[in-house]
Design a protein around this ligand. Structure first.
Ligand code: ADP
Ligand code: ADP
Length: 224
C-alpha cells in the first residue's frame, strides 16, 4: 500500500482476538487513527467523568455499556474525522444501525468490516495472559508477545497492568456477552459486501499481512 489515503475500517471480533494489537500496527500505514471505545471508556473511568461513572459497573461485570451512552460518545468521536479504525464499536445491532446513519450523514462510508475469527480457548489464554499499558492502550502477552522487560512497556518505559476484567471470571462473562450481543453483527453485515474474514489465530505479523491484503484488494475494487 503506497501513500496515505482516507481509509475507514471497522474491526469486529471477540475480546482477545487481537483487534487492538492490529489497529495499533495499522495506524501508521493508513494514517488512520484507532478509535477504541474500551480505551476511551477506561480513560473516563480513571478520570471519574460522568461518562466514566455511568460505564464502570457494566465494564466491571463484563457486560455492555448502554447503547445510548456509546452512540452519543461516538458521535462526538467521529465528528471531523476522515480516516479511522473502529476497534470495539459497534457491539450491538442498535449501535451498527446508529453508525450506518451517522456515516451516511457525514458522507463517510466504511471501506471494510474486518472479522477476526478465533475460538474460545485461545481467547481465554490470550486475555488472562494480557498485559496492558493503561496510558496508551497498547497490549502485550506474557507468552505470545512479551515486552523486553517484564511489566514495563517497550515504548514509554512505564508500568504495564493486568486489567481487572481480564480475570478468568469476567473473561467468561465477556465472551458470553459477545456471543449474545455482538456475534449477530456478522449476519448484519453479511449482505453488505464489506465483510472480510481473517484468521485471528495466526501469528501477529501474519494477521497484519492478511488484513493488508484483504483491505488492499477491497480498496482496488472500490477505487480502481
Ligand atoms: P482485543 O483488542 O481484540 O481484545 P488484543 O489486541 O488486546 O485483543 O489482544 C489480546 C491479547 O492477545 C494480548 O495479550 C495480545 O498481546 C495477544 N495477541 C494479539 N494478537 C495475537 C496473535 N495473533 N497471536 C498471539 N497473541 C496475540
Ligand atoms: P476487549 O478487550 O473485550 O476487546 P474493550 O477494551 O473493547 O474490551 O472493552 C472493555 C469493556 O468496555 C467492555 O467489556 C464493555 O463493558 C465496554 N465497551 C467497550 N466498547 C463498548 C461498546 N461499543 N458498547 C458497549 N460497551 C462497550
Amino acid at each position: 500500500m503506497t501513500g496515505k489515503f482516507a481509509m475507514r475500517l471497522e474491526f469486529l471480533g471477540p475480546p482477545g482476538a487481537g483487534k487492538g494489537t492490529q489497529a495499533k500496527a495499522l495506524e501508521e500505514k493508513f494514517g488512520a487513527a484507532q478509535i477504541s471505545t474500551g480505551d476511551i471508556l477506561r480513560t473516563n473511568v480513571a478520570a471519574g467523568t460522568p461518562l466514566g461513572l455511568k460505564a464502570k459497573s457494566y465494564m466491571d461485570a463484563g457486560g455492555l455499556v448502554p447503547d445510548d451512552v456509546i452512540i452519543g460518545m461516538m458521535e462526538t468521536e467521529l465528528a471531523g474525522r476522515n480516516s479511522f479504525i473502529l476497534d470495539g464499536f459497534p457491539r450491538t445491532v442498535a449501535q451498527a444501525e446508529a453508525l450506518d446513519a451517522l456515516l451516511a450523514k457525514l458522507g463517510l462510508p466504511l471501506d471494510a468490516v474486518v472479522l477476526f475469527d478465533a475460538e474460545r480457548q485461545a481467547l481465554i489464554s490470550r486475555l488472562t495472559g494480557r498485559w496492558t499499558n493503561p496510558r496508551t492502550g497498547r497490549t502485550y502477552h506474557a507468552e505470545y508477545d512479551p515486552p523486553r522487560v517484564a511489566g514495563i512497556d517497550d515504548e514509554d518505559g512505564g508500568p504495564l497492568v493486568q486489567r481487572k476484567d481480564d480475570s478468568l471470571e469476567v473473561v467468561l462473562e465477556r465472551l458470553d456477552t459477545y456471543d449474545e450481543k455482538t456475534a449477530p453483527l456478522v449476519e448484519y453485515y453479511a449482505n453488505s459486501g464489506l465483510l472480510v474474514r481473517v484468521d485471528a489465530l495466526a501469528a501477529i505479523e501474519e494477521v497484519t499481512a492478511e488484513i493488508l491484503a484483504a483491505v488492499e484488494a477491497r480498496s482496488k475494487a472500490v477505487r480502481p
